[in-house]
Design a protein around this ligand. Structure first.
Ligand SMILES: Cc1ncc(COP(=O)(O)O)c(C=O)c1O
Length: 451
């Protein structure tokens, strides 16, 4: 313990004790910080992108405006369905006063205002991309709804007090899930015949709002275009269904191929169908404003990662890192030319150099395959890894930070105490992966604080 105290002296302690301050156990100096100001900022960026001129979103909007209305209650623009009382004490979820976007109304003038802005689902699946639903909820509650796929996470959002829309992106997995949808008024995707069967057999007083999903080329979930209208007709006829909205998910909104073929297909098949549309993830929202539809579904951008990195960075999209992973140097070593570093001796010093050993490894979620040169900040100065990532440690070249010492702050991604930023995308790219994976891989042993 004496050594541990030496490595984590109180005057250097950035990190609060994990549990009981009076106990003699000193935690490893590693901490993830969730920045609520960044989450809110990024949500505002999403809202800004969703607020386009009518012209940019015109093809879909015209479709929507010309849509015939059908007899099911709440059909059309979707607002009547939302005004129904929700069992279990959850009240109306289409309250104009609660809604940052105007236009939950079918009257012409209001629709005109509505036309200029899509509503925003904050995608919080996978425990809010590793940030923790509880940690992000307050910062993201300015969204119009939360989209996720785990029913326990949907329960958590309701338990946190969210009374607005919640969308299950993959729909239900088994019949009893529909009971939870009825009880908690969850909207759900319908992507296959089995889910229609489940709905048809479901006994409910509470007709459901569903999002019928078309497979426009991703080939994961959704009805093929040629089967989509038959599925719509069947779904629309069910008494269990209140309103059918239309959904797809682009496979290449971030890439060179773009969304043209998928959007054309979706538009062609759905053009005379009524109901709201949701199409765009972060990449489509930022790069393809003509595909906004009525609801956009940003995920990764909310957490401060650029969906189309390295073509564009978070600076380009004016996003801020929502997660910082930080630790400290727990040792330094002076190497001679020819000395090697770490398991497998993957790195050889070409000349005398000083390296630092930081308390983070793959057991914390840091990628083991990150090679030498992967960026890292030491006391806010950008430098790089040397050698292989171990379970609990990494080695860092201290040449650019000659005054670094035991206890120096090491930022794996996010913001340093002094304000220097290391985007998670830079680290992910160096390690041959994406920001999504690093965020989601944050290990349970890493303490998390929300600021
Ligand atoms: C159906 C669906 N919509 C939206 C998103 C959010 O995507 P992104 O995080 O790229 O914005 C996802 C995430 O993969 C998704 O599966």
């Amino acid at each position: 313990m004496a050594n541990a105290r030496l490595y984590h002296p109180p005057h250097l302690a950035l990190f609060p004790p994990l549990t009981d301050c009076s106990c003699s156990i000193v935690p490893r100096p590693i901490l993830a910080t969730i920045h609520t100001d960044a989450l809110t900022h990024n949500l505002n960026r999403a809202r800004h992108a969703a607020h386009q001129t009518d012209a940019t979103n015109q093809p879909l909007r015209e479709t929507l405006n010309n849509s015939p209305r059908v007899g099911a209650p709440g059909f059309g623009m979707g607002c009547e369905a939302q005004s129904t009382a929700i069992p279990g004490g959850i009240a109306s979820i289409c309250n104009e006063a609660d809604r940052p976007n105007p236009g939950c109304d079918r009257r012409e003038g209001v629709v005109q205002r509505f036309l200029s802005s899509a509503r925003v689902w904050a995608v919080v699946k996978a425990n809010a991309y590793g940030h923790g639903i509880g940690a992000v909820f307050d910062a993201l509650r300015g969204a119009d709804g939360f989209a996720l796929l785990d029913l326990r996470e949907a329960e958590q959002i309701r338990a946190l007090g969210w009374r607005g829309p919640v969308l299950l992106l993959e729909g239900v997995f088994e019949p009893r899930d529909l009971e939870l949808c009825s009880r908690l008024s969850l909207w759900h995707a319908v992507h296959c015949d089995a889910q229609i069967e489940m709905l048809a057999a479901h006994k409910t007083q509470q007709p459901h709002r569903v999002f019928l999903k078309m497979n426009t080329g991703m080939n994961r979930l959704g009805f093929m275009p040629e089967r989509f209208r038959a599925a719509w007709t069947r779904l629309n006829a069910l008494p269990q269904v209140d309103e059918v909205s239309l959904m797809t998910h682009f496979s290449e909104a971030d890439g060179a191929r773009g969304i043209d073929a998928a959007l054309d297909c979706f538009t062609r098949v759905t053009q005379d169908l009524p109901g709201e549309r949701t199409l765009a993830n972060s990449a489509a929202l930022l790069r393809h404003p003509r595909a906004l539809g009525d609801w956009v579904r940003p995920g990764i951008m909310l957490y401060g990662s650029a969906p189309d990195f390295p073509e564009h960075s978070i600076a380009h999209w004016q996003l801020q890192p929502a997660m910082t992973l930080a630790t400290r140097l727990i040792a330094t070593q002076d190497l001679r030319a020819g000395d090697t570093v770490g398991y497998g001796s993957l790195y050889t010093a070409a000349q005398p150099m000083r390296i630092g050993i930081a308390a983070v490894g793959y057991a914390d979620g840091y990628p083991r395959h990150a090679p030498s040169g992967t960026p890292v900040l030491v006391d806010g100065v950008r430098t790089g890894l040397v050698g292989r990532v171990s379970m609990d440690m990494i080695a860092i070249d201290l040449s650019p930070a000659p005054s670094a010492h035991i206890g120096s702050e090491v930022t794996l991604w996010g913001r340093s105490a002094g304000g220097a930023v290391l985007p998670i995308d830079d680290v992910a790219h160096a390690a041959g992966t994406v920001g999504y994976e690093l965020m989601c891989a944050l290990a349970p042993r890493v303490p998390v604080q929300t600021v």
